[in-house]
Design a protein around this ligand. Structure first.
Ligand code: CMP
Length: 140
């Protein structure tokens, strides 16, 4: 399997509860390398732009409000099959369905406030990484 990069976001519910290190440990234990990382405060408009594919969903406004409600940690994770591996480590979107030991099973508060985001495919990973990081920030 090829080495890939994927975009990960540690969301406001998790940064508020000081869980960044515990979540990063799960990524690293699974063999994912954090090759870029920064803690930022999104505006609601920036969150809306990032999540624009969900603009027609009923939860879109709530999602954008939430993502702008506290700092987030945006990161690039690298590894063999990193996109699928990260989704495995995160667990299902709804924590009620997330497998034991996953980030969402251990930390998520609800389907909306679910602690982490991860890219779902190679094309979205490339777009999402370039949304937050310049090439100069990706040092490997
Ligand atoms: P994420 O993987 O970041 O992608 C889109 C996000 O929308 C998702 O995680 C959830 O945080 C949010 N989301 C998905 N379904 C719902 C829902 N039914 N209610 C509120 N938020 C949701």
């Amino acid at each position: 399997m090829a080495t890939e990069r994927t975009l990960s976001i540690i969301k406001p519910d998790a940064t508020r509860r000081n869980l960044t290190g515990k979540i990063n440990a799960k990524f690293e234990d699974a063999g994912l390398r954090i090759v870029a990382q920064k803690r930022i405060q999104l505006t609601k408009a920036q969150a809306g732009e990032f999540y624009k594919v969900h603009a027609e969903r009923p939860f879109y406004d709530e999602l954008c409000e939430f993502m702008a409600s506290a700092p987030v940690v945006v990161q690039v994770l690298e590894g063999e099959g990193a996109i699928a591996k990260n989704r495995e480590v995160m667990g299902a979107t709804n924590p009620a369905d997330a497998a034991e030991g996953t980030v969402r099973a251990d930390f998520a508060e609800s389907v909306g406030e679910n602690s982490v985001h991860g890219s779902d495919a190679p094309d979205t990973a490339a777009d999402e990484i370039s949304f937050f990081f310049s090439g100069l920030e990706l040092v490997g």
